[in-house]
Ligand binder design. Sequence first.
Ligand code: ADP
Ligand code: ZN
Length: 712
Amino acid sequence: MLPPQYTSPAHQILHSVFGYDSFRLQQDEIIEQLAQGGEALVLMPTGGGKSLCYQIPALLREGVGIVVSPLIALMQDQVSALRQVGVRAAFLNSTLNADEVREVETAMRRGELDLLYVAPERLLMPRMQTLMQESKLALFAIDEAHCVSQWGHDFRPEYIQLSVLHERFPNVPRIALTATADAPTRREIIQRLALQEARVFVSGFDRPNIRYRIMENQGNAREELLRFIRNEHEGDAGIVYCLSRKRVDETAAWLGSKGLKALPYHAGMSNEQRQQHQTRFLREDGVIIVATIAFGMGIDKPDVRFVAHLNLPKSLESYYQETGRAGRDGLPANAWMIYGLQDVITLRQMQENADTDEAHKRIERHKLDAMLGFCELTSCRRQALLRYFDDALEKPCGNCDTCLEPPVTWDATVAAQKALSCVHRTGQRFGVNYVVDVLLGKDDERIQRFGHDQVSTFGIGKELAQDEWRHLFRQLISHGLLSVDIEAHGSLRLTDASRPVLRGEQALPLRKFVKTSKARTKSQKGSSHNLKQDDANLWEALRTLRTQLADQQGVPAYVIFHDATLMEMVERQPQGLAQLATISGIGERKLDAYGEAFLTVLQQHQRQASGAVSDTAAETLQLFQQGMDAAAIAKQRELSIATVYNHLAMAIERGDVSVQAVTGLPASEITMLRTAIEQYEEAGRLKPVFDAMQGEYDYNILRCVKAAMLSE
Ligand code: ADP
Ligand code: ZN
């Protein structure tokens, strides 16, 4: 019998098909809305789980669900993933030949499809329209709905015409979904797609598993990047963004020379090559893509563990979108960025040079200011980022660099005054390096030729070192107190905003310069790097099996199982099919197809771990009897806590130690747990017991009580 939470049809599908226990965010309400024939506009952050919002209703309703998506390159993988769980899915796009197209069409007419993925331009063709007229339709899902917005950078003209769907098929409910929509874009989607009747579901923008970190470029960006990858992301998949094609090529080659699997991706490469690199990134474990922003739109690879920026994005919108490609699976991920003075100057210049009218420039300037302000923040980055999107986070997040290691600030007013007046005294005709040399009183032929060794600011800045001055100038430019003149080769100019500072009317508390060698933020290792050695071996063995299975079928590894699913196997080490079935991400179909293979690996590992049963389990017991608790034993022996409890449970079962001693629970609670196990345990699965206890007792405790019951 199913536990009560699986009683609704939607829950049943969630559980038996997709292998998940509970809905996330507003998934269940959205599914309900569609299942009833209502319409919806869904704003959910990347990784929030938008796909299930139309996949499950399509399964619940009669007919085929039509999914409109601009991402042709990904359709194949999306369809593979669905077929893996037993959903009858197909796609129609330009990569199919005539026979393949006919096959899909026939299946659709016969009602043998649950979901069909189509590119927007094809959807509007007469042949497709006829096909849809002749088939039973469950719903329309319009993915990446922000592509309808003419203001956004993902605008697709075909999207505008999607409003005809509603006119031609007024009784087929629609759901539009996006991860990037501010209020104006949202209004535009509603208006252009005629979604006035749709219920709007907004889930907020937070991506709590992403750690935001920004560091200063002190001329060693590449080395810092390499250090970051080696320390924290060995063997992980990641994306590195650069501004120019040249820098992409150089960086990829350099990382490659250091032994990393790094591939370039930019618009200057041939189509085939780009395609090939993208495919390797999706299919192989641990590939790093080095790319211009041309890469990434709609990459729904769930296990991208880091996104690194070697250049500043031009707005917070871009930053949010690009960093958002990390950690879709919800496991810890890093958004790492390094930026410096030159970035600020280049972006300011590009923007002023842009071929647009003044109104547009003003908007762009405003966006860049927000981006720069974000970099210079001394408070929580996540709070600021969410505030920018009108989403509130009450407390500092505890998972960004400024939260983890609050930056030191100092009163930079006097130094700023010196810097600004030196710009003034030298005639606002020189760049940062020259002005810094004057402040430091350098013995320099050029300075003497211009007579700047005679100005009052010559040599008044010796209290700061050269890189500290550069740091300050970057901040002054970031904060808009200085502007950079493009026509005059990057010479600095005072702005109106600098006057109050010069007059001493405005104080400037700024981030203090810290040499990067000291400024390394607490590292966050990818999820697999925290494993104890014996667990790490199991993790590798499970990944190897996954790769084999994926290769056999020509699908990406994550289509077989996500990292999160493998990680749960490592943590819980199930020893039977029933136990395996309780792991998140394993539905009925995948249990059938892969259960035995993964169990074999798990059991083999277990045997090895207890191979020297006598020895290793006996050692655990001995330490326990000397007064160490399970956690201390795990630490000392470098075993996982689950393994230690396994050893202790065996000892309980043999009667060598009491369950009270191991669990530290009073007899009354043990009795209660025994009753619960008798009542809720199903076919050896402790999960229903765990759930019935609302997670108050972890599996280790339950296993020990179970062992005590077996010992009688
Ligand atoms: P989005 O399209 O919103 O970026 P996806 O639909 O690709 O997100 O989902 C992100 C990941 O989360 C996928 O791997 C998906 O399988 C998983 N997921 C979605 N809903 C749930 C859920 N209710 N429980 C567990 N995992 C889920
Ligand atoms: Zn924070």
